[in-house]
Ligand binder design. Structure first.
Ligand code: UDX
Length: 436
């Protein structure tokens, strides 16, 4: 078992930390936010992420997991120092590495021969750049790129049972040590740092593009009278394609796909290159959300003081994250055009504004409610924008009675069409004929 430091207690760093401690590694987490450190030390998990809270409390109880505000204290006993720091989009779409660079500068005098591992998703070339910065500060620590592939909502399961591990570094021994740390039986791609960094971007770019292909096929199904479920089932059974990431919906969002797509396009542009297929996926995604908002507004055109119920705010089920959420964006586009949007999400919210309504990304007010039924009450149209399983347990007869209108626009193909019809509601799905 190893001594590990993790710098950054976001969903990647915290998942890594609690997972590593549960395997018996000794883990110290450096986190700059004092409130977050206090919460974590008290066993309160600041994230809505399945299983992480339980392992946090186990790790604290066993003594294998500790938190500190001091990054330099965190690395004192460590053999491996993982950086899991935010790399948000800068205004031009590139990744903002200022936090990462500041931490590298802070740690350089304290690293010695410890292995520095970059978990954060960083532009290709960053690991070599970090190595150069360390060498300029007379630090000889090896640097290893070890990108994460954790999905929000299933981050811990993805960490504990990864499909594969990618490591890239110029020091072969350090690279092999990092690969062997957590799951020695996992398939490993050991390569140079640039290739390791690109695997991460390529994965997200590929998946984002694939999701948008499925969405385009769904549009075609609607126009042609075909059924997207049959089309994706057939596609997915071809082993060259596989069944995953073909679910149509309101498009992709979250903290990774949109940001990583922008960063990859920015990186390509820096080298005089274009990635037109990825650029198209980004555009199709944005257009799709506009089009979906338009389709909802078309249903309430002419209605006096229209009301739209919105089930879901999170960018997908299983998380409280609303970053670049299609649900939130569609809600805001509708509210911006003058309809009242009544939202309910089991975990996510859009953030309070001064007047008690909620601002989200654009400041357009969305009214939040405490239950799915309340959000549907008085609605002319009900939009299902996040695929929370609990929505399938709602009493649709009650919903139908509470609504002013009778149309459910199901952007996730979540509800059972027969149950919706039996409640006297019309059900519009993605890539399906409308049920009247
Ligand atoms: C993603 C990557 O999967 C993960 O490996 C990476 O490290 C972080 O980014 P995450 O952002 O948690 O994870 O979400 P993911 O489950 O990949 O979904 C991304 C977006 O695509 C969501 O908006 C989701 O709703 C959408 N999606 C996904 C679909 O619309 N259809 C699908 O079939 C799959």
């Amino acid at each position: 078992m190893a001594d590990i430091a993790v710098i950054g207690a976001g969903y990647v760093g915290l998942t890594l930390a609690v997972g590593a401690a549960s395997m018996g590694h000794d883990v110290t987490v450096g986190e700059a936010d004092p409130d977050r450190v206090a919460d974590l030390m008290a066993g309160h998990c600041p994230l809505f992420e399945a299983g992480v809270g339980d392992l946090l409390r186990e790790g604290l109880a066993s003594g294998l997991l500790t938190f500190t505000r001091s990054n330099t204290d965190a690395v004192t006993a460590a053999e491996f120092v993982f950086l899991a720091l935010p790399t948000p989009s800068a205004a031009d779409g590139s990744a903002d590495l200022s936090v990462l660079h500041a931490v590298v500068e802070e740690l350089a005098p304290h690293l010695g021969e410890r292995v520095l591992v970059l978990k954060s998703t960083v532009p290709v070339g960053t690991n070599r750049d970090v190595t150069a910065r360390l060498r300029a500060a007379d630090c000889t620590a090896p640097v290893v790129s070890n990108p994460e592939f954790l999905r929000e909502g299933t981050a811990l399961a993805d960490f504990m049972r990864p499909d594969h591990v990618v490591v890239g570094g110029d020091d072969a021994e350090a690279t092999a040590q990092v690969a062997a740390l957590f799951d020695p039986d996992c398939p490993v791609t050991a390569t140079d740092p640039m290739s390791a960094e690109l695997v991460k971007y390529a994965t997200n770019a590929y998946l984002a593009t694939r999701v948008m292909m499925a969405n385009s096929f769904a549009d075609l199904c609607e126009a042609l009278g075909a059924d997207i479920d049959a089309v994706t089932a057939g596609l997915g059974r071809d082993h060259r394609i596989g069944p995953f990431f073909l679910q149509p919906g309101p498009g992709f969002g979250g903290s990774c796909f949109p940001k990583d797509a922008r960063a990859l396009l920015d990186l390509a542009a820096d080298h005089g290159l274009d990635v037109p297929i990825l650029a198209a996926a980004v555009k199709v995604n944005a257009d799709r959300q506009e089009r979906m908002a338009e389709a909802v507004l078309a249903e309430v055109a002419g209605v006096f003081e229209p009301v739209v119920g919105l089930w879901g705010l999170a960018f997908k089920a299983g998380t409280d994250d609303t970053r670049e959420s299609p649900a939130l964006r569609i809600g805001e586009l509708i509210a911006d055009r003058g309809a009242t949007v009544q939202a309910y999400d089991p975990e996510a919210s859009v953030g309070a504004t001064d007047d008690g309504t909620h601002g989200g990304q654009t400041g357009v007010p969305i009214v939040e409610h405490d239950s799915a039924l309340e959000a549907a009450t008085g609605a002319d149209v009900l939009v299902i924008a996040t695929e929370w399983p609990e929505f399938t347990g709602e009493d649709l007869t009650e919903v139908a009675e509470a609504m002013r209108g009778d149309l459910v626009i199901d952007l996730r193909n979540l509800l059972d069409p027969e149950a919706v019809g039996a409640a006297g509601l019309r059900h519009r799905q993605i890539g399906k004929p409308e049920q009247e």
